[in-house]
Design a binder for this molecule. Structure first.
Ligand code: NAD
Length: 331
């Protein structure tokens, strides 16, 4: 069984090779992203292993299926980037890693909050320049602040637990309330009420047609003056130009992003030798109260091990005719 991995970095290869080889499996690690042009690299591969910025649209899936692929093994929890209708039509099974380390993403979310609140990037640059002044570095105590958690599944619930530990009041919005979050003393509210009452709003729901641009000009106007927005979920939950306007007016006080709606051609690449072509991202990077990380929230040793372990178990189970962690088209 030939397995072609797309979008692989050194750390992916290391984590997969640390596990015992699957029987009769040949691993081929490809650095390029999967696109309609690079699909040819998977010729003859029964299994294609893809990551979040790989193109899994119908034309790419058609090419893969025509060249012998039978299984798409996603190395991610999110599956908004695959055309499930096309996969079903082409008899391609799709599996994913439903949970690898909710702590990795929740803890990175907290890192963004603390870095923004206490101006850590400015302070770091300042002391390295021999500037030991504190002007502009005033933060706020997290204790007694209100944190709105949008989406309280595995990651949102883990994040809520950490913030409750800081002494924050937790508000939640999710069509399916999580008893673990209610047990923290959190109240489930309508989204607009959560936005209006929170000092910090953090997004942890999946991207779907329903949640696309959940944060837009209208929802931003409901947020408190000077509040903080964090998105470690999926870029397109946020309408970026609307957020830029809110930052320019000072209505939005802080923005922390690990994801960006146009990240596919940027993130995971070293483009430092080239002029940045994305003017929206370039504008965002000019704000002192914005921190952007390049989709690194998942990047802990524990999460990488869990991604590799579950992906290999998914492939093994599928090869043995008892597939697990299947992603099915919702009807
Ligand atoms: P999960 O399935 O455990 O939880 C998602 C929650 O969102 C569920 O409780 C669901 O009911 C809720 N939800 C669905 N629609 C909603 C809506 N319209 N409004 C509010 N809530 C809604 O998923 P998870 O493991 O907690 O992951 C959450 C998201 O985090 C993933 O979808 C993925 O996009 C993102 N993620 C990001 C990274 C990263 O590295 N930045 C890594 C993993 C996952």
């Amino acid at each position: 069984m030939r397995i072609v991995f797309f979008s692989t970095q050194v750390y992916d290869k290391e984590s997969f090779l640390a596990f015992p080889r699957l029987q009769n499996a040949e691993f081929i690690f490809q650095q390029p992203k999967l696109t309609v042009d690079t699909a040819v690299l998977a010729d003859g591969a029964e299994v294609v292993c893809a990551f979040i910025n790989d193109d899994l649209s119908a034309p790419v899936l058609e090419k893969l299926a025509a060249n012998g692929t039978k299984l798409i093994a996603l190395r991610s929890a999110g599956y908004n980037h695959i055309d499930l209708e096309a996969a079903q039509r082409l008899n391609l099974a799709v599996v994913r890693v439903p949970s690898y380390s909710p702590h990795a993403i929740a803890e990175h979310t907290v890192a963004l909050i603390l870095a923004l609140n206490r101006h850590l990037t400015r302070a770091y640059n300042r002391t390295r320049e021999g500037d030991f002044s504190l002007r502009g570095l005033t933060g706020f105590d997290l204790v007694n602040k209100t944190v709105g958690v949008v989406g309280t599944g595995q990651i949102g619930a883990t994040f809520a637990r950490i913030m409750a530990g800081f002494g924050c009041k937790i508000l939640a919005y999710d069509p399916y309330p999580n008893p673990q979050v209610t047990a923290l003393g959190a109240s489930y509210l309508e989204l607009d009420t959560l936005l209006a009452q929170s000092h910090i709003v953090s997004l942890h729901c999946p991207l779907s047609p329903e949640t696309h641009h959940l944060i837009n000009a209208s929802s931003l106007s409901r947020m408190q003056q000077g509040s903080m927005l964090i998105n470690t979920s999926r870029g397109a939950l946020v309408d970026t130009p609307a957020v830029i306007e809110a930052l320019k007016r000072g209505h939005l006080g802080y923005l922390g992003l690990d994801v960006y709606e146009e990240e596919a051609d940027l993130f995971f690449e070293d483009l430092s030798d080239f002029p940045l072509q994305d003017d929206v991202l370039a504008r965002l990077l000019t704000f002192p109260n914005v921190i952007i990380t390049a989709h690194q929230a998942f990047l802990t040793r524990e999460a990488l091990d869990a991604i590799a372990g579950t992906t290999l178990a998914n492939i093994d189970a599928w090869a043995a005719g008892r597939p697990q962690n299947l992603v099915r088209l919702e009807t």
